[in-house]
Design a protein around this ligand. Structure first.
Ligand SMILES: [Zn+2]
Length: 323
């Protein structure tokens, strides 16, 4: 059940919501704020369910009412998506009229969820919040926000704040591991802290090409750095998939993760990855220097016009750090 996930992953948000539900001290407006990838929308739906489910405290997440909320079939819940369009004052007013007409559910509780509320105009949010504070209204608004600095203080002050903490690498890894193999789940969760974004990136041609380069490059490097150089030169000349800033960026970051792991004693699950780390220990590598080289390349890449040349230079420098 989602509430258990929330408890484990976002203990602060969980505790605040649990207290207000248990003590029935509910606010007119909540602001769920935190970085992309945190389960703010799921939590908003959980709160919506908890406001109408017969179970006290958090919702049961299993009854017919909870089920209708989950599937968007609850007439007195409105989900407004600011992800793609700006929400204007007229939109809110039109919505409120429509909302009154369709307020047909038992209990009278009405709920707005406004996703990406930073994309609503200040006028729109103000008219919504004023409306919520009218005494006869059994209404709750849940604003979901990623960029808090884009919300006016006058609006912030009228909302109960529910903070969502960024996910850790370990949490992201656990969340994507069922969809990805060990090594890709590991590399991607080390680079990106947003499970949905990870799954999207994992399917992109740029990421897949970068992963192919990463494996091919290290397989050659563990023989000699020269072979790795040759491998990259062959890959950047005449192949269908060219090096670009995106795939090269992923490739460099994978190397960075890999050489950092070479310095750690913690064994890695993926057999190829661990074997390659072991093979690197046959050389005398100055890993600190290696990581500095890779960080420099990540910087230079943004400004670079000739990526194959940049890769050549990188391998020469890496060779210098390898004895
Ligand atoms: Zn329920």
């Amino acid at each position: 059940m989602f509430r258990n996930e929330l408890k484990e992953q976002q203990p602060v948000a969980y505790r605040i919501l649990e207290n207000s539900l248990r003590n029935k001290k509910l606010a007119h407006a909540y602001m769920f704020h935190g970085p992309s990838g945190t389960p703010k929308k799921e939590a908003a739906y959980l709160l919506a369910k908890s406001l109408v489910c017969e179970q006290s405290g958090f919702a049961c997440e299993g009854c017919a009412v909870c089920d209708r909320i989950e599937h968007g079939n609850y007439a007195d819940l409105r989900y407004i998506d600011g992800t793609v369009t700006t929400i204007k004052k007229q939109d809110i007013i039109a919505l409120q009229h429509a909302f009154y007409k369709t307020g047909i559910e038992e209990g009278g509780q009405k709920i707005y969820i406004i996703d990406h509320a930073e994309n609503a105009t200040a006028d729109a949010l103000n008219s919504l919040l004023k409306f919520l504070e009218e005494p006869d209204g059994m209404m709750t608004a849940i604003l979901i926000v990623e960029q808090l600095d884009r919300i006016l203080p006058t609006i912030l002050s009228r909302c109960q704040m529910i903070p969502f903490q960024p996910l850790t690498q370990g949490q992201c890894y656990q969340m994507v591991r069922k969809d990805l193999d060990e090594i890709n789940a590991y590399l991607l969760s080390s680079m990106i802290r947003d499970p949905k974004e990870i799954l999207k990136v994992s399917e992109s041609e740029d990421y897949q090409h970068a992963f192919y380069l990463f494996k091919g490059f290290l397989n050659e490097y563990k023989e000699t750095p020269y072979r790795a150089l040759l491998f990259l030169q062959l890959e950047s000349a005449g192949k269908k998939q060219k090096l670009n800033k995106i795939n090269t960026g992923y490739f460099i970051r994978m190397l960075d993760i890999f050489f950092r792991d070479c310095m750690s004693d913690h064994p890695k699950e993926d057999p190829w990855y661990q074997k390659t780390i072991d093979a690197m220990h046959m050389f005398q590598i100055d890993y600190t220097k290696m990581i500095r080289i890779l960080l420099n390349v990540q910087d230079t890449l943004l400004r670079s016009v000739n990526i194959p040349l940049l890769m050549d230079q990188m391998v020469y420098e890496m060779k210098e750090a390898t004895k």
